[in-house]
Every structure is written in structure tokens, then in C-alpha cells.
Design a protein around this ligand. Sequence first.
Ligand code: MN
Length: 200
Amino acid sequence: MAFELPKLDYSYNALEPYIDAQTMEIHHTKHHGAYTTNLNNALANIPNAPTSIEDILRDISKYPVAVRNNGGGYYNHNLFWKLMKPNGGGTPQGDLADAINRYFGSFEKFKEIFSNAAATRFGSGWAWLIVKSDGSLAVTSTPNQDNPLMDIVEEKGKPILGLDVWEHAYYLKYQNRRPEYIAAFWNIINWDEVSRLLKS
Ligand code: MN
């Protein structure tokens, strides 16, 4: 069984003006496409690998680095596309809003902490909002295509929000201005999906 590149729930220009259509198309078809192909190639010689990407990531220390890089890339982008939508943004509601207030003090404070994690990740990587094993929320960041499900990361948890801060995610429109891309992300977050992940 091979992993497949998922279709997006919206068109490549649907997140304009915050993320441009050309970036979305290249990011999805070329970058995510390559992670998918390379993950399948890396797993081809590994007998009895789990069919669930989450199961693979949880034991990632047992796999070659190609599975770590491409399996992370495959999972992270699957998640990322669902975490955005046209006319998204606004503020979290219900249990998610309560949890954010409880662990960060306020939505504005959470926004500041998450944005700072994204801005200060050196080089390529991701910023995350995770649910830890004790049920608490935390903001973390990981390099490259690592993520908080992996057994090799320092602060583990289930990611419910993630922001890709690789230059390929923003360079065509924002060049070196990563903070502007991070600020734009708040206008397209799909909080319903973040809430769904919190409960799942
Ligand atoms: Mn990416």
C-alpha cells in the first residue's frame, strides 16, 4: 500500500491574498508530492511497515533518516492544508477557546507565543500547538520535517495547529519577511479543524 498525495479542499488561489496561488500549487504538487513519492520509495525496502503514518512517526527512531524526513513532510503537509481555509481566521470558540485561555492566559497571548515560536525557528521547520499526554496545551517548534508525534523530539504531543516556516512556504510572496507571512496565517486558520483535532 502506498501513501497518496491528498487533494486540497479548496483551489490554489483560495487563500489569496495571504498565500498566493503559485506558492500553493508548487508547495502542494512539488514539495508535498516529493515527500509522498520519497516516503513510498524509502518504505519500499522495509517489510511490515505500518500502514498508518502516525504509527510510523511514533517509532521514527527505528527507521532510516529518509523515512523521518519524508514521512514527517508527508504528515505535516496533510495536516497543514486542513488547518487553513478561505475566509478562515477569527478566534477559536468553545472548548478550544477555554483551553487556550487556561494554558496561555488569553488568545492574544497565545498568538504572541505561537508567532514568536514560528519567527525564531532558525532555518527550516514548523511551529506547533500540541496537546500533551496530560491533556495540557503547549507551543513548540521543530526543525526540518520533524514533528511532535516523533519519539525523537524533546517535547512530544498531538499537533492540533502547525505552521510551515520553510522558505518554500512563503518566499515567492514574502521573500525574507517571514513575520509578515506569520501575521497573514491568522487570517486563514480553520479553527473548526483545530477544535476537531482537540477532541479527537
Ligand atoms: Mn512545506
